[in-house]
Design a protein around this ligand. Sequence first.
Ligand code: ATP
Ligand code: MG
Length: 263
Amino acid sequence: MVRFLTEVPEDHPRYLSLKERHAIIDGMHQKIVAEAGLIAHGRGEAFDYILGEETPAYALIQEEAAVAILLLAEHPVISVNGNVAVLCPKELVQLAEKTSAKLEVNLFYRTKEREKNIESVLKDAGAKEVLGVHLGDRAKSIPEITHKRRIVDLNGIFLADVVFVPLEDGDRTMVLRKMGKKVISVDLNPMSRTSVWSNVTIVNHVRRATREMLDIADDLTKKSKEELITIIDKYDNNNLLQDSLRFMSDRLIKLAQKQLKEG
Ligand code: ATP
Ligand code: MG
């Protein structure tokens, strides 16, 4: 488990955000998060500020479609990197259980040490099986990607029909799509290549998104296969991405008007 080393005063006005930031820093010192993960987190924080650090209504529609696709998948896999291992390990383990998905450690900056550390975090959070570690003969390469970012597990992402990649890089999203897989991503930036190229993009903070997906999974497991198919058929990712951009621009306009009145 990540050891939280930094004390954050509970009365700080931005307590939650600060606590999370320090968790990511602690995760880096404990070789769970990559250094670049800190920068990625900072970009996410900036977009979350625009959302008001709350889940907007459009995100619940994205999350519902994501869970429906996971439930209908034959071989769903949840890809876990250092940032999400720190931010929401329990949520990911529970989501994997509820949707019968496998968990795979999949790293942009892969080292044996980070692989094993993330495996331990997931096991501490209740995971029984973690793919993507101790790969040996199960190591497979996804095409067009150079260096260690290409390595996936034969029994995991390589075989998967649906891959849930909370926080992914654009070119890998594209390659997974080209391999015929459905890609679900979480990205607070609706303009990133990941967002644009995913089948379902959840434009929300990954911790809120995965928590909400657990409740949604409880609801959707009661539904028939046909009802799940209807949810997916009605879903249009491009429209929802436009909704997320409109939501952000409306919020900025409202904030500007408020400032004008107060200023
Ligand atoms: P792309 O490769 O898809 O074009 P990018 O290179 O601009 O995107 P990356 O560094 O690959 O961005 O990925 C980081 C992304 O993750 C950023 O867009 C950031 O907004 C998002 N992000 C970071 N932290 C969170 C979080 N906690 N929840 C959701 N999204 C996050
Ligand atoms: Mg990128």
